[in-house]
Design a protein around this ligand. Sequence first.
Ligand code: NHR
Ligand code: GAR
Length: 197
Amino acid sequence: MKNIIILISGGGSNMAAIVETARRDDWAGRYGARVAAVLSNKAEAKGLVFARSKGITTDVLDHKGFATREAFDEALATRIDGVAQPGEATLVVLAGFMRILTPVFVSRYAGRLVNIHPSLLPAFPGLHTHQRAIDAGCKFAGATVHLVTAELDHGPILAQAVVPVLPGDTADALAARVLTQEHLIYPRGIADLLQKV
Ligand code: NHR
Ligand code: GAR
């Protein structure tokens, strides 16, 4: 089996979309893959409730309990690597995960670590992307699925979706429009990657 480990910090709607698509499109039969665990750095992340309701193993690793980013990432990697049986592949999926990962962590999962970022990269890496797109007068915004490299919100692009920025848009309104597209392109990007790992 290929093990998909999803990391979240909040609502987990992208995680839920991945879980639903994996069942509907029979990723177990097609790719020999399963969503093996959902990990959060926040105990109150709403996505954990959904994951548990689907019978998926969940775990919380609070970054505040660690003195350094390196120590947190090492503990995270230990949890992740504990899921797979010997010889099995692991794909690490960031889905609204809000902690920047260290270069050691990123290189450990090189080519098997994927993120969705709510902008049309390479525009607007980092945080507060929707407000920045509105402030810049962008007519279009969107989301990008990409492989994670040590440089934040860079890395090879696997999928993108575009939405219009509408007159009078707020960051929340734009974020909601982008999020509906994220739910389509993230499962698709992961399915593409599953055929390569
Ligand atoms: N790690 C690496 N090395 N590279 C990337 O491209 C990463 C990453 C970790 C997460 C998601 C990312 C996004 O898509 C992501 C991409 C968090 C921050 C951030 O500044 C920035 C980008 C992303 C995620 N986090 C703050 C930090 O100090 C904490 C903010 C908070 O807790 O609210 O880590 O947007
Ligand atoms: C999504 O829009 C995702 O692209 C974004 O947070 C939202 C999470 O929603 N990610 C980041 O901003 C990463 N810094 P979800 O928890 O419902 O999937």
